[in-house]
Design a protein. Structure first.
Length: 154
């Protein structure tokens, strides 16, 4: 019963952060799949990390803030890659240099965010739970790949 309440609380906190983020950025129609995946991720991480109610209340807003910021950087990075690929035959050296320099800057920004939020996580969670968080994050991505891609043929 305690775990169900904790997971429900974490899902609510996560949804509030996602709604706030999406409304602030003009995304008015979040797909139901994204919401289901997010709720599943909250439940998955909450269980694997074994967050207490107090930890969950402090952790999820910070975690969602990090993911919103890092997501913006990935979107910009993907856009640059796509632009380079589409224009590979016609892009001049000057424009290519600007784009590649921006890619390096984006990598630096992502690394800085990871360092910043690692420090924030350590203030909220015991270090053992921070380690479980990182592992759970990777495990959830693997879980999604298996769930949505199905078994891989060899």
């Amino acid at each position: 019963m305690k775990n169900i309440k904790l997971i429900a609380l974490a899902a609510i906190l996560s949804s509030i952060s996602l709604i706030s983020f999406s409304q602030g950025k003009g995304y008015q129609h979040k797909s139901m799949d994204d919401e289901k995946i997010q709720a599943e991720k909250v439940a998955f991480i909450t269980e694997k990390v074994n967050l207490t109610v107090d930890e969950a209340q402090q952790f999820w807003p910070v975690y969602n803030e990090f993911n919103a910021k890092i997501s913006k950087l990935f979107i910009e990075e993907r856009s640059i890659y796509r632009n380079i690929k589409v224009n590979s035959e016609t892009i001049n050296d000057k424009d290519l240099t600007v784009k590649l320099d921006r890619m390096v800057e984006l990598n630096q920004e992502k690394a800085s965010l990871e360092i910043e939020y690692h420090q924030k996580y350590k203030k909220i969670l015991p270090i053992q739970k921070v380690a479980k968080l990182y592992q759970s994050d990777k495990d959830f991505r693997k879980h999604l790949l298996h769930k949505y891609k199905g078994p891989q043929e060899q």
